[in-house]
Design a protein around this ligand. Structure first.
Ligand code: FAD
Ligand code: NAI
Length: 498
């Protein structure tokens, strides 16, 4: 009895302590304290975007140094790596977004958040024009504001290569609404296939899901679709589940070209086991309402009936980025994106405009990992610049004073300024590549003691889950995602169509 009471007491104590700590941090997150107001003596920093680059910058930035304004058509940060999980209902859409105001309300100085799309940047007048593109608009929905420094972090948009029918008939996998649309469309295909009197041929068409693009987005989505089929649809649509087919189409000779050969082989064999068809060296030439037109490896053209096409064929620049680049016709000639120097300054823009993430053309891959490291780095650069600006202003104020003690102070400031002049360049530290491939398996290419560790399987899947859980920006998101995973394990995915 004594031992039993001791054990129960310890468990109760640990549970109460953990619960209290959790409650304390959750409340701390929920009730931000008062903030300093905008200070007219500080410079204005405008940040365009609220994605990986911008949010990482905001998290690390000392807002005491600037009056910060964030302009983005989405008033939230989207945790893109878990987007395919939303598309099949494993995760709730709300679980992987973090309202930008949750981030900015915890900063020392007030940050203005404006839900709008930047439409034009004038690098000479140093202004940004933006428009409210949401459904409801007030009397004013378009305006221009000045900036001292601009951080351009607008990401990229889906590349369609102007292939006919893609915009009209395919679903994308880039934004939250894309995942929600795909989920609705997928469920619609299932319910239409269940409609009485449907011919076997039409059922096969409706239940054929085609994923275009064998990059990590297409592979992860195919894996998630397979899980949905195996773990839930077999129970709730037993008469249809055998007819569901997933085909992944890739123009290159293999999927996941950024992963090591061993992991590509592992993914291909896992997909084979999971009965996901991979068509490599095959290019989608057109998307029609009820089919896709494929150019096969032997150059023959085949039309394949299908119910759903998901387009995950890569990224291209946004119009606002192309327009900004066009203002520097000699310096900005890279078609992949904005050319920046080693400190993320846009080349040609006099050091007032910085660009980070997918809208830039650097030697790094367009990934969240790169964008977030660039954001955190830029926060340090901006802090250094703020110090420099402050000292320069002080030096200017002392310019005319002849007293010897002032001269001494001037000399000190000049010395400090010389030190601040040199900005340490950005250095990317690759933490490895991870991707979920379905069937509770993931693959990982990890830097390991100067070498590379390529691993795949169930243990890697657990590593994938814990890595993403810790990478999520807030306690709120971590709790919501973990709860969703538990809910799906217990009750399965929801198959009702919104
Ligand atoms: P984004 O994160 O796309 O942010 C751009 C921001 O700009 C958004 O807030 C957008 O609303 C805003 N914006 C758009 N237009 C305007 C405008 N006109 N004016 C102002 N703001 C604007 N990378 C990884 O490293 N690991 C992964 O596991 C991974 N998984 C992914 C899964 C999916 C499904 C996708 C689509 C991508 C994934 N990526 C992953 C890639 C990663 O999401 C991008 O590289 C990353 O989002 C780039 O960050 P960014 O800040 O440049 O752009
Ligand atoms: P991607 O550019 O990596 O892959 C797109 C694929 O589509 C390419 O392999 C291309 O050959 C193929 N393609 C293009 N047009 C085609 C056509 N007409 N027919 C057939 N195939 C066609 O794009 P993705 O997967 O969206 O990734 C974008 C970026 O985000 C990459 O840098 C990627 O590394 C990163 N990312 C990383 C993830 C991870 O690390 N787990 C997950 C998702 C994205």
């Amino acid at each position: 009895w004594k031992r039993f009471l001791q054990t129960t007491g310890t468990i109760t104590l640990v549970t109460v302590a953990t619960g209290t700590a959790f409650y304390y941090f959750a409340q701390k997150d929920r009730t931000p304290g008062p903030q300093l107001p905008h200070d007219p003596s500080k410079k204005t920093l405008v940040i365009c975007g609220s994605g990986w680059g911008a949010t990482s910058l905001l998290n690390s930035l000392d807002t005491e140094d600037y009056n910060v304004i964030v302009v983005s058509p989405k008033n939230y940060f989207l945790f893109t790596p878990l987007l395919p999980s939303v598309a099949v209902g494993t995760l709730n859409p709300r679980s992987i977004i973090q309202p930008t105001r949750y981030v900015t309300r915890h900063k020392k100085r007030q940050v203005t958040v404006i839900e709008a799309s930047a439409t034009d940047v004038d690098p000479v007048a140093k202004t940004v024009t933006f428009a409210d593109t949401s459904e409801i608009q007030g009397a004013v929905s378009n305006t221009t504001i000045p900036f001292d420094y601009l951080v351009f972090a607008v990401g990229a948009e889906v590349q369609t290569f102007n292939i006919p029918g893609v915009r009209e008939h395919a679903c994308f996998m880039k934004e939250l609404e894309d995942a929600e649309k795909m989920q609705r469309h997928f469920m619609d295909c299932l319910e239409s296939a269940a409609f009485p009197g449907q011919t076997p041929e039409e059922i096969r068409r409706l239940l054929h899901m085609v994923v275009v693009g064998g990059g990590p987005t297409g592979v992860e989505l195919s894996g998630e679709l397979h899980d949905f089929l195996e773990e839930d649809l077999r129970s709730w649509y037993p008469e249809l589940s055998e007819s569901v087919r997933i085909t992944l189409v890739e123009a290159l000779p293999s999927v996941l070209p950024m992963f090591s050969k061993q992991l590509i082989d592992y993914t291909e064999s896992t997909f084979k086991e999971a009965k996901i068809d991979i068509l490599t060296k095959t290019m989608v030439k057109e998307v029609k309402e009820k089919s896709v037109v494929l150019q096969m490896p032997d150059k023959s053209i085949v039309e394949v009936p299908c119910g759903l096409v998901v387009w995950a064929a890569g990224n291209t620049l946004r119009k606002v980025t192309r327009d900004l680049m066009a203002k520097f016709p000699h310096e900005q000639t890279n078609r992949r994106g904005i050319t920046v120097d080693e400190c993320m300054r846009m080349v040609g823009a006099n050091g007032n405009i910085f660009a980070i993430g997918d809208c830039t053309a650097t030697s790094y891959a367009p990934t969240a990992q790169v964008a977030s490291q660039e954001g955190a780095y830029l926060a340090r650069v901006l802090q250094q610049i703020a110090k420099k600006d402050e000292l320069e202003a002080r030096l200017k104020a002392l310019q005319t004073a002849p007293e010897p003690e002032v001269q001494e102070e001037r000399a000190q400031i000049e010395k400090r300024l010389a030190k601040l002049e040199k900005i340490r360049p950005f250095k990317y530290s690759h933490q490895g590549s991870l991707a979920y491939i379905g069937s509770d398996r993931a693959i990982a290419d990890l830097p390991f003691f100067n070498g590379n560790l390529a691993t795949g399987g169930v243990a890697t899947f657990l590593f994938w889950r814990s890595a993403y859980l810790t990478t999520l920006f807030s306690l709120r998101n971590r709790t919501l995602v973990a709860t969703d995973w538990i809910k799906v394990k217990l009750f399965g995915r929801d198959v009702s169509r919104e």
